[in-house]
Design a protein around this ligand. Structure first.
Ligand SMILES: Cc1cc2nc3c(=O)[nH]c(=O)nc-3n(C[C@H](O)[C@H](O)[C@H](O)COP(=O)(O)OP(=O)(O)OC[C@H]3O[C@@H](n4cnc5c(N)ncnc54)[C@H](O)[C@@H]3O)c2cc1C
Length: 490
């Protein structure tokens, strides 16, 4: 890989081809691109290209290909695993300005969008047709469809409706040499044609190329939606209610739990939702479908809440109340800003039946390291988000945070789960990957990646521990290794 100095000679060529206004190179301007939501890993890129069209992306990648300079795709930068963070020897290709909805088919139920379209803006654009885009990360008011595609993002309603992968029909992709490839099905078609390469691209975390047009499935709004909240005096009762609901064969659209520390942070913040602060846990259940069925299901759920000793049961009477109940859940990570300057949002999965055990283990790890760990999670999927509040200016606190995070992910794996449910590997989890995959598994992934990116210049140093290439980014796993006193990336 070239040294950081390799980018400066390209400034004039990039500016001439793209326009000076689409190129950022001054250290001050680059500050805003030094990290994503994983603030433990910071590194300023060598330059940023503000792309607005497929042609801009192609032009930039051709120039970078000539000089064999690495690059990193970026959307809104809300990733929580360091995915869009670039080293000084790499150029960020920022797609956030590519925010046009290019086409909507209300009959064939799909939309073609540029990658910088904000998730919620797509739903807003089709609401008047009684449609929505189903995957709804809690960051949906900011994050982009391009980032969602790259991360195979989830969200509260993915329990019933599936992750991003289930809603992607195809994509136009600029490959690392600047050439174009159309992946997936013709718009409107449901089944992948031939190999499901669009499915492969989904979740590749920006390591295969840059998606510049994305065809997504749209969903019809349900006839009826009911949102219920139950507050419990202990977390076990909330988790048992989730188990009871699923054992009864009900399939709610969402099943979300917040613990007491999260409830209190939410209630003290601008995301205040009226959650009972004395509760040990709050469970949000959303049911949707045909009116009569949802009414029956809601009665059944209420009975289960009561049997598990709910302190309080509430149901949204209208859309405004539903919005209020969701406001607290969707704003929970933001509310953590009240607790400390930084937040490490972990993302691990355990089998649903092990939720209580996992939460007890997480509390013990927090105690051992003297760190406050709060929990808000997609209970239906067993997808935990333990949140470690810390002061990133304090090296010792940061060290303990990283160490606690490592132990929590090992706990998830030991309980039969995994190291990521939806936030990806990025640079954050390079050192955790071997908890799940051996050399042969990783070799298959590396070979697939090389088909798209033979030079290893597309988002180097991410996802695969043995493919580190970008000097700055590669420092991160070594730092973890030092913190944990374990071997660096293999
Ligand atoms: C408050 C908060 C709540 C969140 N809640 C959820 C949640 O409920 N569920 C969930 O899954 N995630 C959640 N996230 C994580 C994050 O929002 C998602 O991963 C999201 O998809 C990232 O989108 P982005 O536009 O910010 O992408 P970025 O952060 O900019 O980039 C993410 C990755 O995508 C790649 N990329 C970006 N654009 C492209 C492109 N056009 N082509 C190819 N690769 C590209 C980047 O290289 C990077 O690896 C949350 C984050 C925050 C801060």
């Amino acid at each position: 890989m070239p040294s950081p100095g390799a980018i400066a000679p390209l400034h004039a060529r990039l500016a001439a081809a793209l326009g000076q206004q689409r190129l950022l190179v001054s250290p001050d301007a680059l500050l805003a691109w030094e990290c994503d939501g994983f603030t433990v890993h910071k590194s300023r890129p060598g330059a940023v290209v503000l792309a607005e069209t497929t042609e801009h992306v192609q032009t930039a990648l051709r120039i970078l290909n000539d000089a064999k300079v690495p690059f990193v795709p970026r959307g809104a930068g809300t990733c929580l695993s360091g995915g869009p963070t670039a080293g000084a020897d790499a150029v960020v290709i920022d797609c956030a300005r590519m925010r046009r909805v290019l086409h909507v088919s209300t009959e064939d139920l799909y939309a073609v969008v540029q990658p910088g379209v904000v998730n919620l803006d797509l739903t807003t654009a089709v609401t008047c047709h009684g449609l929505h885009y189903a995957p709804d990360p809690s960051s949906q008011s900011v994050c982009t469809i391009g980032g969602n595609l790259a991360e195979n993002s989830g969200g509260p309603h993915c329990f019933k409706y599936g992750m991003t992968r289930d809603h992607i029909l195809g994509a136009l992709v600029v490959l690392p040499d600047g050439s174009l490839a159309r992946l997936g099905s013709p718009a409107g078609s449901r089944a992948p044609q031939g190999l499901d390469v669009a499915g492969l691209f989904c979740g590749s975390e920006g390591t295969f190329g840059i998606a510049t047009e994305i065809t997504v499935r749209l969903s019809r709004n349900a006839q009826e939606v009911r949102t219920l909240l139950a507050a419990f005096a202990d977390m076990g009762a909330a988790c048992r209610s989730v188990g009871d609901i699923l054992a009864a064969g009900l399939v709610p659209a969402a099943l979300e739990i917040l613990d007491q520390a999260t409830i209190r942070a939410v209630e003290a913040s601008v995301y205040r939702a009226g959650y009972p602060e004395d509760a040990a846990a709050v469970l949000l259940v959303e049911l949707d479908g045909a009116r009569e069925v949802v009414a029956e299901d809601a009665l059944e759920v209420r009975e289960m809440f009561a049997r598990n000793g709910a302190l309080r049961i509430e149901e949204a009477a209208d859309a405004a109340e539903r919005k209020r109940l969701w406001k607290g859940r969707k704003g929970a990570f933001g509310a953590m800003g009240r607790i400390n300057t930084d937040l490490y949002v972990l993302d691990g999965v355990v089998p649903r039946t092990r939720l209580e055990q996992a939460l007890a283990g997480i509390a013990a790890i927090g105690e051992k390291h003297g760190m406050l760990i709060t929990n808000v999670f997609h209970a239906g999927d067993g997808n935990l988000h333990p949140n470690i509040s810390f002061d990133g200016r304090d090296a010792e606190q940061t060290r303990r945070t990283v160490a606690a995070g490592h132990e929590i992910l090992q706990l998830c794996v030991d309980l039969g789960g995994s190291i990521s449910g939806e936030h990806g590997i990025g640079s954050e989890k390079l050192d955790h990957v071997p908890m799940m995959f051996d050399a042969a598994d990783l070799d298959v992934m590396a070979r697939v990646r090389a088909v798209f990116d033979p030079d290893g210049r597309c988002n180097p140093g991410k996802v695969l521990p043995n493919r580190s290439a970008c000097a700055e980014v590669a420092k991160w796993p070594q730092m973890i290794a030092k913190v944990l006193d374990v071997e660096g990336p293999r």
